[in-house]
Ligand binder design. Structure first.
Ligand SMILES: C[S@@+](CC[C@H](N)C(=O)[O-])C[C@H]1O[C@@H](n2cnc3c(N)ncnc32)[C@H](O)[C@@H]1O
Length: 465
């Protein structure tokens, strides 16, 4: 068991929140247990059914159960509860769906507001937004007369947020679709307007600009928005070269929005885009050695540590214990390094989940390259897709950023979900920057904690359920 020095004020606040969260989760679990006892015996999937509906609308349960399930949903932890916030754009109010873990983390993204303010939509336009986040721009486009709104994002939580935002604002012909760029759109989509809230990674942005150019009809308009410290000026220069010119439409507190018109069939300067990953099936491949064995890691731009094996991941790979036959969940799998190694060590089918569909596609490739059979790689918000299942081992290198913001709600939920999906006796292996305050949260959930590695920059924590 680790010892701890006196926590800072921030840590105290964090632990107070963690405590409150834990109390709520325990209450929820007690209700789940009561409900499981209420449902007739013989239904092996009862627990899965109950848990599947925790925090969601109870749409497929028997009417008599509806009240109880709704009660659980109401009491469910704050992490999975959706909220509706109102955002004012150009004298009109819009509803925006948000929850912990979504890009704007409950705040309103100034770049989305700028985009909304400057977006020019004609009656009947087809409007596409790539990297749509909470989907606010889709609601604005609809209110301004768009005939069809298509929103795409590689983050499945953003897709769900955008879907809810469309519904909340009564968008009659709108869809929110999972995927990076044009890959997410119905084939043959031709747009009058494409709006892009720029992503943080340069090659991902290049892909979105390239796709925007090709999805637009000649005469159509491309809008980009983002912060200066997120690279909006570089994005503007690339768009200028690709489209043959662009115009700054507005700027506010470090954020800018710029528009360019597609005037030609071919890009004005093809060399503006130098990414070799424009084809959705072009993966970066590298061989990394873990536990003395070579693995081909496949990944796409924007996936965590997509062009090298992350140092913390490598440490966890060398530290985690996976026995033959263990069922393993790689929580937040990225390109699938840990899950693929774990599947190789256990010889049993491994499960990997990630919120980013490009990570899911990458991990699927990585597992296939290692010849893993039966690997299951799913898009999921934390362990949401597998909450009804039980695993012998959970391995994780949890994220602590959403976009550019540090956000400890997500790693806290990683720990809570790890506890939920571990079978009794199951083991958690977690790697983190040594400054991150996870020890007490893990100890409170699991009642035990072992520090397996305590390095200069990273630590590996383990607990048994
Ligand atoms: C620090 S990275 C680790 C990736 C991989 N396990 C590795 O070690 O290379 C964290 C991963 O968590 C994923 N992630 C972020 N938020 C998530 C969420 N709400 N649910 C599931 N995965 C999430 C990110 O997409 C990212 O791939």
């Amino acid at each position: 068991m680790s010892t701890h020095s006196k926590p800072s004020k921030n840590e105290e606040e964090f632990f107070a929140r963690a405590d409150a969260e834990l109390r709520k989760q325990r209450r929820k679990r007690a209700i789940v247990e009561q409900l499981v006892a209420l449902v007739p015996a013989g239904s092996a999937s009862t627990r899965a059914l109950v848990e599947e509906h925790v925090g969601r609308e109870a749409s497929i349960v028997r009417p008599s159960d509806r009240l109880q399930f709704t009660m659980i949903a109401d009491q469910h932890d704050a992490y999975r509860a959706w909220k509706r916030v109102t955002v004012r754009i150009a004298e009109r109010e819009y509803a925006m769906a948000t929850k912990p873990g979504t890009v704007a983390c409950g705040r309103v993204d100034p770049a989305a507001v700028l985009l909304g303010e400057r977006l020019d939509v004609a009656n009947g336009d087809v409007v596409v937004q790539l990297h749509c986040g909470n989907g606010l721009v889709g609601a604005v486009a609809w209110a301004r007369g768009a005939a069809r709104v298509l929103l795409a994002d590689r983050n499945v939580l953003s897709v769900e947020a955008a879907r809810r935002t469309l519904v909340e604002n009564g968008v009659g012909n709108g869809e929110a679709l999972p995927g990076q760029g044009a890959l997410a759109l119905p084939s043959g989509t031709q747009a009058d307007v494409v709006a892009i809230r720029i992503p943080p990674e340069r090659q991902s942005l290049q892909q979105l600009l390239w796709d925007a150019f090709h999805v637009l009809r000649v005469g159509g308009r491309c809008y980009i928005a983002g912060a200066t410290n997120e690279g909006i000026r570089t994005a503007e220069r690339t768009m200028d070269r690709l489209f043959g010119g662009g115009r700054l439409l507005g700027q506010d507190s470090g954020h800018r929005v710029t528009m360019a018109t597609r005037r030609t069939v071919e890009p004005a300067d093809r060399a503006a885009i130098d990414s070799p990953y424009l084809d959705a099936d072009a993966f970066h491949e590298q061989v990394a050695t873990m536990r003395g064995r070579p693995f081909t890691l496949c990944s796409r731009p924007g996936v965590f540590s997509w062009d090298h094996l992350d140092e913390a991941t490598a440490i966890l790979a060398e530290t985690m214990l996976v026995h033959p036959g263990d069922s393993v969940l790689d929580l937040g799998c990225g390109a699938g390094a840990l899950g693929t190694l774990a599947g190789t060590l256990s010889g049993a089918p491994v499960t990997m989940v990630d919120v980013d569909v490009e990570a899911v596609r990458s991990a699927t490739r990585t597992a296939a390259a290692a010849g893993l059979s039966g690997a299951r790689i799913l898009a999921s918000d934390v362990a949401g897709a597998v909450l009804g299942e039980r695993f012998d081992v959970v391995v994780t290198n949890p994220p602590f950023h959403v976009g550019k913001m540090t956000d400890l709600d997500v790693p806290m939920q990683f720990i809570a979900d790890a506890w939920t999906v571990l079978a009794p006796g199951g083991r958690l292996y977690l790697v983190a920057n040594r400054t991150l305050p996870y020890e007490r949260v893990i100890a409170r959930w699991f009642g035990n904690l072992t520090t397996l590695h305590d390095g200069r920059r990273f630590k590996v924590l383990s607990a048994v359920r």
